[in-house]
Design a protein around this ligand. Structure first.
Ligand code: NAD
Length: 499
């Protein structure tokens, strides 16, 4: 059985703890490898070594650091097929979708090639007699990235790029379900010229995460995962005086107005609801048609599209639209939620619970599922299902649809499909959600903007990647400098304006 360890000081090293987590092939249900779970001593060693390496890395000029990002980007491109296969093998998503996972991470690295422009400070000359003020951005030191299973390449890249190009060292703790991609990315970074020790990949579970949160050398924590863990990590990191940004779960709604192009809206819902088996924090899991005529016409268009979807292992190539869920527990949980929806009175229009795929009977598959007449009290509405289940909540007016979105505890993404500019503009302006799509179902901002939700979808300040990330991974130092030529002023005991 393949054993996956850690990446410390530029080398793959075996784990010492004797504790492991199983890594499944989600399509067959078999254990394909196991990953070592680090001890606190292994973590401490990784952090101390990273702290030593960070000193030289921070002193490396920003342009040289950006060149490492440039070479890294080229290597990611050259290894696109290998990376996509690696992602698909542990996660289960299709190869085209896995390439998207790598590509959206690569785009963040491309922005980091221009990091020097983002790291410039501010300057005011002659702020007073002989006085100049300047503010500079300096790296935090050693920071940590803790990432989820659902984007094995993209989210580690969202963390690595801005943190390293800003002059930090990073301890990356990937999801224990999909560790291989992060280790390979570390290898590529070494080939790109990153000094050993600047990126350490430490695999582990709660023990290592808690060790990171309590370690005095760690200055900042960037987390992505489910809301309860995001909230916990934010609280513990903040109590320990660390800068933290923790991105959580979601329940993303798409409003469909009566004037929308319903074929386009149905296509968008199928892609955004069932792509990656619904295991995306920006998946649309709630359709909100306005008016019963819109709802009936939408459901009528959704059914044939959903029935055409092909579910299977990524190895079946282009014949497959989406793959299995990540674990047997996830599969059971999603099926259980579907059953609860039926018991609580929602109308089950398409049922994915019975799906069996020949030759893959033990795989963690759930077929595409569609509910109509869902109400906000039902469990299928209240929980983030994180599976291929789309719930329809009917509303009779735009204001009621907007209120539904606003009252939801999550605020990651949302969308509206309409032909009316005034309605779209009103929605974008009033809705209390971080990322908004207008006739666009998954509004993940491009890499030169920043990504982040509101409400229980994010805790802490600033968003991920783009301009916000460079602010998160640096702190400001402001210098007031005075030179005495031509100044006759003597001692003053007053705190006063600089004039
Ligand atoms: P998760 O919260 O279970 O795990 C995320 C990370 O936290 C992993 O590295 C894991 O090892 C660690 N972890 C898990 N339990 C822990 C505990 N008790 N104490 C300390 N650390 C712990 O999330 P997941 O299942 O891997 O990922 C899916 C979730 O991530 C979904 O809720 C999804 O919406 C969310 N997500 C959010 C975003 C975003 O940007 N908002 C992006 C992707 C995924």
């Amino acid at each position: 059985m393949q054993e996956i360890g850690h990446w410390i000081n530029g080398k793959r090293v075996a784990g010492m703890s004797g504790r492991y987590a199983d890594i499944y092939n989600p399509a067959t249900g078999e254990v394909q490898a196991r990953v070592a779970l680090a001890t606190l001593a292994e973590l401490d060693h990784a952090i101390q070594e990273a702290a030593k390496a960070q000193v030289g890395w921070a002193a490396t000029n920003p342009q040289r650091r950006a060149r490492v990002m440039m070479a890294f980007g080229q290597l990611i491109n050259q290894n696109m097929d290998k990376l996509a296969e690696m992602v698909a093998r542990e996660h289960g998503k299709t190869i085209p979708d896995a390439k998207g996972d790598v590509q959206r991470g690569l785009e963040v690295i491309e922005v980091c090639m221009g990091a020097p422009a983002m790291l410039k400070g501010e300057m005011m000359d002659s702020a007073g007699p002989g006085i100049d003020l300047y503010a500079m951005r300096q790296p935090l030191g050693v920071v940590a990235g803790i990432t989820p299973f659902n984007f094995p390449a993209m989210i580690p890249l969202w963390k690595i790029g801005p943190a390293l190009s800003s002059g930090n060292a990073m301890i990356l703790k990937p999801s224990e379900r999909v560790p291989s991609t992060s280790l390979f990315l570390a290898e590529l970074l070494q080939q790109a010229g990153l000094p050993d020790g600047v990126l350490q990949v430490v695999n582990g579970d709660k023990e290592v995460v808690d060790g990171i949160l309590d370690h005095p050398v760690i200055q900042g924590v960037g987390f992505v995962g489910s809301t309860p863990i995001a909230q916990y990590i934010y609280g513990r990191a903040a109590t320990n005086g660390k800068r933290a940004q923790c991105f959580g779960g979601a329940k993303n709604h798409m409003i469909i107005m009566p004037d929308a192009d319903l074929d386009k809206a149905a296509d968008a819902l199928v892609g955004a609801g069932y792509g990656a088996a619904g295991e995306r924090c920006m998946a649309v899991s709630v359709a909100v048609p306005v008016g019963d005529r819109t709802a009936d016409a939408l459901i009528e268009r959704l059914i044939p599209r959903i029935e055409k979807l092909k579910v299977g292992p990524y190895t079946a190539g282009h014949d497959v639209d989406f793959g299995p869920l990540i674990t047997a527990q996830a599969q059971e949980r999603v099926k259980g939620l579907i059953t609860s929806g039926v018991e609580q009175g929602a109308k089950l229009v398409v049922d994915g619970r019975g799906l069996k795929i020949q030759g893959y009977e033990k795989g963690f598959f759930v077929g595409p599922t569609l509910f109509d007449h869902v109400t906000p009290e039902m469990e299928i509405y209240r929980q983030e299902i994180f599976g291929p289940v789309l719930s329809t909540v009917r509303r009779q007016s735009y204001e009621d649809a907007l209120k539904l979105v606003m009252d939801n505890e999550y605020g990651n993404g949302t969308a509206i499909f309409t032909a009316d500019g005034d309605t779209a503009r009103d929605f974008a302006s009033r809705v209390n959600v971080g990322m908004v799509g207008i006739n666009f179902p998954i509004p993940v901002p491009l890499s030169y903007f920043s990504f982040g939700g509101w409400k229980k979808s994010a805790f802490g300040d600033l968003n991920q990647y783009g301009p916000d990330a460079f602010r998160f991974y640096t702190r400001t130092k402001t210098v007031t400098a005075r030179w005495f030529s031509g100044i006759k002023e003597g001692a003053s005991l007053n705190f006063k304006a600089l004039d």
